[in-house]
Design a protein around this ligand. Sequence first.
Ligand SMILES: [Zn+2]
Ligand SMILES: [Zn+2]
Ligand SMILES: [Zn+2]
Length: 144
Amino acid sequence: MADASASTSPSLRAAGMRQTPQREGILQVLRDSDRPLTVEEIWERMPERRSGLPTVYRNLERFVREGWAESILGADQIMRFVRCESRHHHHHLQCEHCGRTVEVDACGLDESLRHLEALSGFKITRHQLQLFGLCATCRSEKDR
Ligand SMILES: [Zn+2]
Ligand SMILES: [Zn+2]
Ligand SMILES: [Zn+2]
Protein backbone atom coordinates (compact mmCIF):
# COMPACT_ATOMS: atom_id res chain seq x y z
CA MET A 1 0.00 0.00 0.00
CA ALA A 2 1.34 3.41 -0.91
CA ASP A 3 1.31 6.22 1.59
CA ALA A 4 -1.98 8.00 0.96
CA SER A 5 -0.59 11.29 2.19
CA ALA A 6 2.28 11.28 -0.31
CA SER A 7 2.15 13.96 -2.95
CA THR A 8 1.30 12.87 -6.45
CA SER A 9 3.47 15.56 -7.98
CA PRO A 10 6.78 13.70 -8.26
CA SER A 11 5.20 10.94 -10.35
CA LEU A 12 3.56 13.48 -12.64
CA ARG A 13 6.89 15.17 -13.18
CA ALA A 14 8.77 11.89 -13.55
CA ALA A 15 6.48 10.95 -16.42
CA GLY A 16 7.17 14.27 -18.11
CA MET A 17 3.64 15.46 -17.43
CA ARG A 18 2.99 19.03 -16.59
CA GLN A 19 1.60 19.19 -13.10
CA THR A 20 -1.73 20.92 -13.31
CA PRO A 21 -4.47 21.36 -10.69
CA GLN A 22 -6.69 19.44 -13.10
CA ARG A 23 -4.42 16.37 -13.15
CA GLU A 24 -3.73 16.50 -9.42
CA GLY A 25 -7.48 16.80 -8.89
CA ILE A 26 -8.26 13.69 -10.92
CA LEU A 27 -5.64 11.64 -9.10
CA GLN A 28 -6.92 12.88 -5.76
CA VAL A 29 -10.53 11.99 -6.59
CA LEU A 30 -9.46 8.48 -7.60
CA ARG A 31 -7.37 8.17 -4.46
CA ASP A 32 -10.29 9.19 -2.23
CA SER A 33 -12.68 6.63 -3.68
CA ASP A 34 -12.78 2.94 -2.84
CA ARG A 35 -15.07 2.34 -5.80
CA PRO A 36 -14.35 2.78 -9.48
CA LEU A 37 -15.77 6.00 -10.91
CA THR A 38 -17.09 7.02 -14.30
CA VAL A 39 -15.58 10.04 -16.06
CA GLU A 40 -18.67 12.05 -15.11
CA GLU A 41 -18.40 11.06 -11.44
CA ILE A 42 -14.73 12.05 -11.39
CA TRP A 43 -15.52 15.37 -13.00
CA GLU A 44 -18.33 16.06 -10.53
CA ARG A 45 -16.06 15.40 -7.57
CA MET A 46 -13.21 17.59 -8.72
CA PRO A 47 -12.61 20.64 -6.54
CA GLU A 48 -11.97 22.85 -9.57
CA ARG A 49 -13.88 22.21 -12.75
CA ARG A 50 -12.16 24.61 -15.07
CA SER A 51 -12.01 22.17 -17.94
CA GLY A 52 -14.65 19.99 -19.45
CA LEU A 53 -15.27 16.27 -19.58
CA PRO A 54 -13.18 15.66 -22.72
CA THR A 55 -10.07 17.00 -20.96
CA VAL A 56 -10.73 14.82 -17.93
CA TYR A 57 -11.15 11.86 -20.25
CA ARG A 58 -7.89 12.60 -22.09
CA ASN A 59 -6.02 12.83 -18.80
CA LEU A 60 -7.51 9.54 -17.66
CA GLU A 61 -6.39 7.85 -20.87
CA ARG A 62 -2.91 9.18 -20.23
CA PHE A 63 -2.98 7.92 -16.62
CA VAL A 64 -4.00 4.47 -17.87
CA ARG A 65 -1.06 4.46 -20.30
CA GLU A 66 1.29 5.45 -17.47
CA GLY A 67 -0.11 2.71 -15.22
CA TRP A 68 -1.58 5.08 -12.60
CA ALA A 69 -5.15 4.10 -13.30
CA GLU A 70 -7.08 1.32 -14.93
CA SER A 71 -10.42 1.15 -16.61
CA ILE A 72 -12.87 -1.49 -15.50
CA LEU A 73 -15.89 -2.47 -17.54
CA GLY A 74 -18.63 -3.30 -15.06
CA ALA A 75 -21.40 -5.86 -15.43
CA ASP A 76 -23.55 -2.90 -16.58
CA GLN A 77 -21.07 -2.35 -19.47
CA ILE A 78 -20.16 1.07 -18.09
CA MET A 79 -16.48 2.05 -18.06
CA ARG A 80 -15.13 3.22 -14.74
CA PHE A 81 -11.67 4.12 -13.51
CA VAL A 82 -9.66 3.04 -10.48
CA ARG A 83 -6.36 4.30 -9.24
CA CYS A 84 -3.39 1.91 -9.26
CA GLU A 85 -1.12 1.87 -6.25
CA SER A 86 1.26 -0.83 -7.44
CA ARG A 87 3.88 -0.01 -10.05
CA HIS A 88 4.12 -3.71 -10.94
CA HIS A 89 1.77 -5.91 -12.90
CA HIS A 90 -1.28 -6.47 -10.71
CA HIS A 91 -5.00 -7.06 -10.78
CA HIS A 92 -8.12 -5.40 -9.44
CA LEU A 93 -11.00 -7.38 -8.00
CA GLN A 94 -14.42 -5.81 -7.86
CA CYS A 95 -17.16 -6.78 -5.44
CA GLU A 96 -20.44 -7.28 -7.26
CA HIS A 97 -22.37 -6.62 -4.08
CA CYS A 98 -20.94 -3.33 -2.77
CA GLY A 99 -18.93 -2.20 -5.80
CA ARG A 100 -15.66 -1.76 -3.90
CA THR A 101 -12.45 -2.70 -5.64
CA VAL A 102 -9.38 -4.29 -4.12
CA GLU A 103 -5.97 -4.19 -5.75
CA VAL A 104 -3.80 -7.28 -5.39
CA ASP A 105 -0.13 -6.84 -6.12
CA ALA A 106 0.11 -10.26 -7.70
CA CYS A 107 -0.89 -12.18 -10.79
CA GLY A 108 -0.38 -15.92 -10.37
CA LEU A 109 -1.17 -16.66 -14.00
CA ASP A 110 2.34 -17.46 -15.27
CA GLU A 111 1.72 -21.16 -15.69
CA SER A 112 -1.63 -20.67 -17.41
CA LEU A 113 -0.10 -18.12 -19.77
CA ARG A 114 2.70 -20.54 -20.74
CA HIS A 115 0.03 -23.12 -21.44
CA LEU A 116 -1.92 -20.68 -23.62
CA GLU A 117 1.29 -19.78 -25.48
CA ALA A 118 1.99 -23.46 -26.15
CA LEU A 119 -1.55 -23.95 -27.44
CA SER A 120 -1.64 -20.83 -29.61
CA GLY A 121 1.96 -20.32 -30.71
CA PHE A 122 1.66 -16.77 -29.40
CA LYS A 123 4.22 -14.92 -27.33
CA ILE A 124 1.86 -13.29 -24.84
CA THR A 125 3.16 -9.82 -23.98
CA ARG A 126 0.41 -8.48 -21.76
CA HIS A 127 -3.02 -9.32 -20.44
CA GLN A 128 -5.95 -7.74 -18.70
CA LEU A 129 -8.29 -9.54 -16.39
CA GLN A 130 -11.67 -8.50 -15.09
CA LEU A 131 -12.25 -10.20 -11.76
CA PHE A 132 -15.60 -10.00 -9.99
CA GLY A 133 -16.86 -11.60 -6.83
CA LEU A 134 -17.79 -10.96 -3.21
CA CYS A 135 -15.39 -8.96 -1.04
CA ALA A 136 -14.37 -10.12 2.45
CA THR A 137 -16.81 -7.70 4.14
CA CYS A 138 -19.79 -8.75 2.06
CA ARG A 139 -18.89 -12.41 2.51
CA SER A 140 -18.85 -12.19 6.30
CA GLU A 141 -22.17 -10.31 6.23
CA LYS A 142 -23.67 -13.09 4.16
CA ASP A 143 -22.38 -15.76 6.54
CA ARG A 144 -23.97 -14.11 9.53
ZN1 LIG B 1 -4.27 -1.20 -11.41
ZN1 LIG C 1 -18.43 -6.06 -1.08
ZN1 LIG D 1 -1.77 -10.86 -14.43
